[in-house]
Design a binder for this molecule. Sequence first.
Ligand SMILES: Cc1ncc(COP(=O)(O)O)c(C=O)c1O
Length: 431
Amino acid sequence: MQLPDHGLDPSAIRGSWSAATRDDVDWRGGRGWSLVYDSPDWHQQLVDEASALFAHENALSASAFPSVQQFESETIAMVASVIAPESEAFGVFTSGGTESIMVALKGYRDLPGNETRRRLVMPVTAHPGFWKAADYLGFTVELVPVGPDGLPAPADVLAAVDDRTAAVCLSAPCFPFGVVDPIAEIAGHLAGTGVGVHVDAAMGGLFLPFLDAAGVEPPQFGLDVPGVISVSVDMHKYGYGMKGASVLLFANPELRHASYYVSTGWPGGAYAASGVIGTRPVGPAAAAWTALSALGRSGYRELVAQVMTTARTLQAGLAANGLEVIGTPPMGVFAATSAGPSIPAIAGALGERGWWIDTQEDPPSLHVVTFPRHGEVAEQFLGDVAWAVGKASADDAPHSAGASYGVMVRGGSIDDQVLREHLDERFTVPD
Ligand SMILES: Cc1ncc(COP(=O)(O)O)c(C=O)c1O
């Protein structure tokens, strides 16, 4: 592949765009069970409009573009009004769940007094973004096992904490099983000890608080919980904004200051950054602000009620086909194991019918993230599950899924080298 000598015709370019999407997941048709958090068409269009309108403005400089200050600060304030209504919150806007984790942990690392605290304690279900951030920032990670319900015992987490621990990292909910860690029990013991508690509410931040709309008592996870010192919430998940948007809230201004990177002495002038990324568009902040403003509490409640109705239908239908949901997930995010046919065989058969469903390793399970659009396809999906289970019963495929998060490498053993080669492939021009 070479740079063309002369630019191509726009119609040829547009043709190539649609050709490029040939094998993409048909999320608009409700075929994906992860990755795209769809929303009603009117909402999606408004968010797309905001994102496109602010695609070129550079969020690096709020001096040049005061619009970004307005969108980010008001987004932070609106999110805080939901997940920290009784507390003071000091927020930053980031590009996503991983960057929020990275920035939060930088805060814990650089907080004055934390110089000798270089350990993090977390259940094994915490997102790998924590492991990555620990690697980048020089922390060691102490993993705590979880039980068959996907939850750690609070006593095990607390026993792993020592005077070198900077923070305990918990999830609301964790990605693999969709269950919410026992946050209040753990954080309550750590309040005032100098050990921070970060809650990763990437998925649940704008879903869990509205669960009463589906007749479920919302679990507590935000800054109002004693001992919780920071919490992250993704706007590009159940916030229904555009990708590239997350809110990170700190309980005190000192931790927010420690999370910043600032320097002076560069010939170009002083530098101050609240996140990892430099130049980025204002679009995701404009879209996040738009999503919150356009949906309001009533809009989020409606979507939660809709998703939970679908999730209950799915869980009952999966159970009827011999698949068992792990633990008691309060949201529409859950995993299901199979006592019968192998999970990879079931997932493979579902793939033949055009469904994109993630599989997990430990235990082998299908992973489901329920989106609003799934209400329209739930019955069709369950019909295909019945067919897939029947087909897989005739298959003696091993139970190990050979699958990994965000990367689909099915049917082989996975080690670090396989994963590196998978990434190499991503940057290789396809045949
Ligand atoms: C619980 C949780 N935390 C963090 C992340 C990472 O978020 P991102 O992919 O936006 O960086 C995810 C992504 O799915 C998640 O589910």
